[in-house]
Structure formats: C-alpha cells, structure tokens
Write a protein that binds this ligand. Structure first.
Ligand code: CMC
Length: 422
C-alpha cells in the first residue's frame, strides 16, 4: 500500500500513514492512527480537507463542475428520467425497470397519509411560524408515530422506513404551508403522481377543481432531481452525525432539516429571491456587486459560491437552461430574471469573483422557477427538503451498513484558561 510520511520539524521523528485510493477523485490519507502515533490532533475547521466516511452514492468533481448519482451524470438523470426513478436509484442502487417503478410509485402514493393525530401538532404553532420550523418539528414528531424504526437492522426494514418518510414529507410540507395561511388541510390524492399530488395538496380548495399543468410537473420534477443528493454537505453530515449516536432515523432527518435551514446552505434559495427583489432593477446591480466585494461589508451575493464547486455548479446550468425553455409557459417574472442574468454576467467577468472561483449555485435560479409555480419564498427551503430527503435517508442506510462507522466525535484545540483556582 502507498504511504505518506510526515516528519515533525521539531525533533525529526517520522510517521507513516496509508494512502487509500477511491474509485475516482483525490486519494485519501488515512489518519485514524494519527493521535495514537504522534500524540497530536489534526486541525481542519469546516472539514475543508477531511473525508468523514467512504461512500458509493454520489461523486462530485468540483473543479470540472461534475455531479453523478451512483455513477449517472446529473444532466442525464434530470433530463431523461424522473425524480422517482432517481429516488429508486439512490435507495436501491440501480435505476428501476418499468415494473419496479410502478410498484415503487404505488407504494409511495399509499404511504403519503400521515397519522390524524399529527395534524394537531400544526394547530399548536403560532400563525407566523416559519414553515421550516413546522417541518422539522413534524418530521421529529414522526419518530413518535413510527417508533418501531428505532432499532431496525435489515434491508427490508430500512426500505420501509425510508419509503415511509419519502412519501410523507410532501404531505407534511403542504400541511406546513396550509397552516401558515390558516386554510383547511387537504388529504393526499393517491390517483395523482408524486409531484402532481404535492402541488394539489398545496393549492387545492375543498370542492373546487385544481389545475396543475404538465409544464409545472416537469419543472418541479427536475428541481427535486437536482436536489436529491449531494454527498457530505452540512445537512447530510448532520444526519450522519445524529445517526452515528443510534438516534431514531426521523430524528436524524429532522436535524438535517434544521441544518439545511441556514442561509449558507438550503436557506440560500429564499435569500436569493429576497435579494433579487431588493436589488429590483438592472441598473442597481453594480452597486450590490460592489457591496459583495467590500471586505468591510458582510453582504454576500446569495446563490454564488460553493465549498466544492470551483466551476459552474452543474445543477445551476441545468436550471438556467430549464428557465430559458419554460419561461414563457411558466410565466417567469421577467424583471427579476433580467436582474439575475445581469448579476451573473457582471460577477462572471469580475476579478473578485474570478479569483475566488465564485459561480452561480443551484439556489441562484431555483427561486425564479418556484415563484412561477406559485410557491411562496418561505416554502423554498421546504422544496429543498422534499428533494433532499431521499439523499439523507440513503446516507443513513449506508452509514448503518458501514463497518468502519464510529460515533461522530471531533477533537478540538483548547485555547481557554488552564488551572484556575477558586
Ligand atoms: N459573495 C461574495 N463573496 C463571497 C461569496 C458570495 N456569495 N461566497 C464566498 N465569498 C468570498 C468570501 O468572502 C471569501 O473571500 P476572502 O477570501 O476575501 O475572505 C472567499 O469568497 C471564500 O469564501 P468562504 O466563505 O471561505 O467559502 P466557503 O467554501 O467556506 O463557503 C458558501 C461556501 C456557499 C457558504 C459561500 O460561498 C456563501 O456564503 N455563498 C452564499 C450563500 C449560498 O449561495 N449558499 C448556497 C450554497 S449551494 C446550496 C447548497 O448545497 O447548500
């Protein structure tokens, strides 16, 4: 096995560490014996150079702007297959046959109802509760309604648990939305497909027809597929961290939802539209770009930059193309689209953004499409939750199979006082 040698410049002592090769991507130095060998810790805030696990689910090449789920290019999946195909691919490991997909679809439809008692939880929230607060609470509460998933150990049990949460999350999302408006709750309609049913539960009024256009279903299907998985991002790492303690899988999912909420992560999609509305017109773009570049101003251009992508986020590319294709059919707000395009144009030619490799990310364009689907800003991160739930639960299952898994417990460099006396 190839090794890397580290020499301590203070005393000349050398230590050797194995190099583990992935199937593709950078090699990994195995530092599990680092403390034992050297008596030192490694220091890596934000885990910029640290792999926390081995995984065969998703591969990202940030320099090339490449994303693959189980080996399949994201563009192929987003343009040629459906979100449910992608869910099946992630959960089971292969793209489903037509028969498998029909069975999977039917199972998800049937599991979409939530316990009647869970609805009471929504009545207890204040009128102005943010849908993300309701959503994370409701998913956490699901662990009480399905406590039997706490100590599961077989693949069959994992799949039931996973499909149950995938099916119920859109229902909980619609309940969060309807509670925030104070309008009557709508039951799932299992005659409708996954996406159509979600839009129906969001929009329907009792005893009135609900019109959902195919173009809307296509747009949301693509958005969900693009959000489905993204390896060890902050929310997925949170899910894995909680899962490593042996907590209930839905408690881990709820923790993931809370981690996603922040504006540096999934909350960015809500902030992007708020920012585009604040900028308001093309002639104000330069002023805000200047603010974003000012080291003394903490204003950031939302929807720009990514820890891993140092090139165009491939998901943003697909969404931009989708926007152009569907803008007339969907009725995209053309003023905001113009502002977004101008920001992109200015940023991509500006030295500050070029030097730091800051490109538009997935959140830059998703909000414009979601607005056209009549989804309010406060629900944008919930859309991310629905799409990503399959990724979180797939990673949860992978962790349970991982023989090298240990409780997530980082070390620290202590900088506080020593030996204070009372
Ligand atoms: N606008 C202006 N400057 C930025 C931006 C931005 N959006 N993003 C990063 N920078 C600058 C930052 O100030 C720093 O400059 P300097 O080197 O002079 O101090 C440099 O670029 C590196 O930034 P960083 O914060 O160290 O980079 P990171 O990898 O830790 O953070 C990020 C990545 C996504 C949190 C960050 O780019 C950001 O805050 N972007 C805006 C929020 C956003 O769009 N988030 C959605 C991410 S994609 C969806 C998801 O998967 O969650």
């Amino acid at each position: 096995m190839a090794t890397v040698t580290l020499t301590d410049g203070r005393n000349g002592k050398s230590y050797e560490f194995d190099i583990l090769s992935p199937s593709v991507g950078p090699d990994v130095v195995d530092i599990r014996s680092f403390y034992q060998q050297t008596g030192m810790f490694t220091y890596d805030p934000g885990f910029t150079s640290t792999a926390s696990c081995s995984s065969d689910i998703t591969y990202i090449n940030g320099e090339k702007g490449e994303l693959r789920y189980r080996g399949y290019n994201i563009k192929d999946l987003a343009t040629k297959r459906s979100y449910l195909d992608t869910c099946n691919l992630l959960l089971v490991g292969h793209l489903p046959s037509r028969t498998e997909l029909t069975a999977f679809d039917l199972e998800i439809r049937k599991r979409s109802f939530v316990h009647e008692g869970l609805k009471n939880l929504f009545y207890s929230f204040p009128d102005n509760a943010h849908p993300m607060a309701m959503m994370s609470s409701a998913v956490s509460a699901l662990s009480a309604f399905h406590y039997e998933h706490l100590n599961i150990t077989t693949d069959t049990q994992y799949q039931v648990m996973a499909r149950r949460i995938l099916a119920k999350i859109p229902t909980l999302a619609a309940l969060s939305y309807r509670r925030s408006l104070g309008i009557p709750f709508i039951y799932p309609d299992i005659e409708r497909s996954f996406i159509e049913n979600f839009l129906y539960m969001m929009r329907a009024y009792p005893s009135a027809d609900t019109v959902i256009k195919d173009v809307e279903i296509k747009a949301l299907d693509t958005i969900f597929t693009l959000h489905a998985e993204h390896e060890q991002n902050a929310s997925t790492s949170t899910v894995r961290g909680v899962a490593s303690t042996g907590a209930h899988p839905y408690a881990a999912m709820s923790a993931g939802i809370n981690a996603l909420w922040g504006r540096a992560h999934g909350g960015a999609n809500e902030s992007v539209i708020a920012q585009l509305e604040m900028i308001g017109s093309v002639d104000k773009v330069d002023e805000f770009i200047k603010k974003a570049k000012d080291a003394n101003d903490d204003f950031r251009l939302m929807g720009f930059g990514h820890r891993v992508y140092k090139n165009f986020d491939p998901r943003a590319k697909i969404l931009k193309q989708l926007l152009d294709e569907l803008k007339d059919d969907l009725g995209i707000n053309s003023e905001l689209l113009e502002v977004a395009k101008k920001i992109e144009e200015v940023a991509l030619t500006d030295e500050y953004f070029i030097e730091r490799k800051l490109y538009p990310n997935i959140d830059f364009y998703s909000g414009l499409i979601l607005t056209a689907l009549k989804i309010p800003k406060s629900l944008f991160t919930i859309i991310f939750v629905i799409g990503r739930s399959v990724g979180w639960i797939t990673q949860w299952i992978e962790l349970k199979h991982d023989k090298e898994m240990k409780i997530a417990r980082p070390r620290q460099r202590y900088t506080g006082p020593v030996n204070k006396k009372l």
